[in-house]
Design a protein around this ligand. Structure first.
Ligand code: FES
Length: 504
């Protein structure tokens, strides 16, 4: 399993964990998910005088927030030129303005929390060695949208040729310290926070959320789990990807503070991190479809950038994170089709800023206050012409996952050929079984059918997890839910009882 630089350099050793939910609790709002969206929403609602309960399945910041880039910006990772083609200039301008406002909100909270957030303003720099037209197009889009963009220089990084597009006034922070600090702040303002409290049932209509050890009765439910838990039509439209990152201690690094994006044939990003006198270079590669790639190869491609620079004593970190891409390039934020449930999803690779923006929109909606961005990201919008291509591709992939082919079952493996510390799908007694052999040789068998909608999970050798290619649910080797829309654990399989005592 991987470990992010954010968790590795966290200011708080988490000695004082939040309690597990126990018994029945009442609140105005129950928030599911302790990442930047959920914690920010909790803080804002607490400030607005609402009784708030926040439920985190594992530990605060465990999910994508603690495995992100720590970059905050008003533009988009995939570029705003694409949004202009689908939605027009006015929407581009509103997206940039709304995201700018969200970065400002992070800055204000960071000032409350203190130095551990490492918040600082910096430029965002885009460059290319082989496709300058993409950057020219983005420049025109940004300029027309009122973004303060200019041409400058960049020479320090691989692939840089000197000329670069620069957007001043963006920001960076330590996302894990920020979320933990904001949770402390929210708790001091009356928010009840529980960890190790995964939602196992969301009873929309009753506004009731159950965990294994308790329940919360509220007036509204905010599902801030990156993609909503349960079954939503949106799942069939969003593309789910995993991105890979590495950080190496780099004492002689002279790169200035900034967000650096390489465009063109090679797509990757760089940034510097300075924590407690140590200096790190972080790089992020291009993402791959969840469950349908080789995670070890993807990480190796990112890490290969650093090989020449590393000394044995230097600290190094590697990690991965999931992203959900909406088909029309805008996230879905607001009221879901279920009357007391609010959702926020489809952030793409831009979730730290969008998560903060979503928190503000959801808070305002719940307390009945106008929010000028709410209509732009309305979760119930229907834009078939803008979404058709990706929606068709994703639904085709799910169909394949359900009816069976290479996507459904990677390759059947003989159980005896699974080495310690590895997993594979085996066919036994006519069913697909996800079989993991632990380092001591013990076998752990669970059903390979994803508990969301039944697609077959795939082994992720890097994270030691079972990943579903259909909508991105991920499960531990014991079948427990790590992330994604699934609520239930993978069904345990008793190999001895099913007549497979010989497996192994
Ligand atoms: Fe939807 Fe697995 S079937 S995430």
């Amino acid at each position: 399993m991987t470990h992010s630089v954010w968790r590795g350099t966290a200011a708080n050793d988490r000695a004082s964990r939040r309690p597990r939910l126990s018994g029945r609790v009442e609140a105005d709002v129950v928030i599911i998910g302790g990442g930047i969206t959920g914690v920010t929403c909790a803080a804002l609602l607490g400030l607005a005088g609402r009784r708030v309960v926040l439920l985190e399945a594992r530990t605060l910041g465990f999910g994508t927030t603690g495995h992100s880039t720590g970059n905050l910006y008003e533009v988009l990772d995939a570029g705003l030129a694409g949004v202009e083609k689908k939605w027009g200039k006015d929407v581009v301008s509103r997206v940039a303005a709304s995201r700018r406002e969200a970065v400002g909100l992070v800055e204000r909270f960071a000032a409350e929390i203190g130095e551990t957030t490492a918040f600082r303003r910096c430029p965002l720099v885009q460059y290319s060695e082989d496709d300058w037209s993409q950057i020219e197009e983005e420049y025109e889009t940004l300029r027309a949208a009122g973004v303060a963009v200019r041409f400058g220089e960049c020479e320090e990084l691989p692939g840089a040729t000197g000329r670069a597009l620069v957007i001043d006034g963006q920001a960076q922070f330590h996302p894990f310290n920020y979320v933990l600090g904001l949770a402390e702040w929210a708790a001091a303002h009356g928010v009840q926070i529980y960890e190790d409290s995964a939602a196992v049932e969301i009873a929309a209509g009753d506004a009731l959320v159950r965990t294994a050890s308790g329940s919360v009765k509220a007036k509204a439910i905010v599902v801030a789990t990156h993609t909503p838990k349960g079954i939503y039509g949106l799942h069939g439209q969003m593309r789910t990807c995993r991105g890979y990152a590495a950080a190496y201690e780099f004492p002689s690094l002279t790169l200035p503070h900034g967000i650096f994006w390489q465009r063109g044939t090679v797509t990757r990003s760089f940034r510097k991190l300075e924590m407690e006198g140590r200096r790190y270079l972080i790089t992020v590669g291009s993402p791959d479809k969840t469950g349908l790639h080789d995670p070890e190869k993807s990480l190796a491609a990112v890490e290969s950038l650093f090989v020449r620079k590393v000394r044995a004593a230097d600290e190094r970190w590697a990690w991965s994170a999931q992203a959900y891409h909406s088909p029309d390039l805008l996230p879905y934020i607001g009221h879901s089709a279920l009357h007391d449930v609010y959702i926020a999803t489809g952030f793409g690779a831009d979730g730290l800023t969008y998560g903060t923006l979503a928190a503000q929109i959801l808070c305002d909606t719940i307390v009945g206050k106008d929010n000028r961005w709410a209509d732009l990201y309305h979760a119930g919008r229907f834009a078939p012409l803008k979404s058709a291509k990706q929606t068709l591709a994703e639904q085709t992939a799910v169909l394949k996952g359900l009816i069976g082919d290479r996507l459904a079952v990677p390759d059947y493996t003989e159980a005896s050929s699974i080495p310690p510390g590895s997993g594979a799908i085996v066919k036994t007694q006519g069913r697909n079984v996800a079989l993991y052999r632990d380092p001591a040789g013990g076998l752990h068998a669970v059903s390979a059918a994803c508990t969301h909608l039944g697609c077959i999970v795939h082994w992720n050798a890097l994270e030691k997890s079972w990943d579903c290619p259909c909508h991105g649910s991920r499960f531990g080797t014991d079948g427990s839910v790590i992330e994604g829309p699934a609520l239930a654990t993978l069904e345990p399989v008793d190999l001895a009882r099913s007549g497979d005592a010989e497996i192994g």
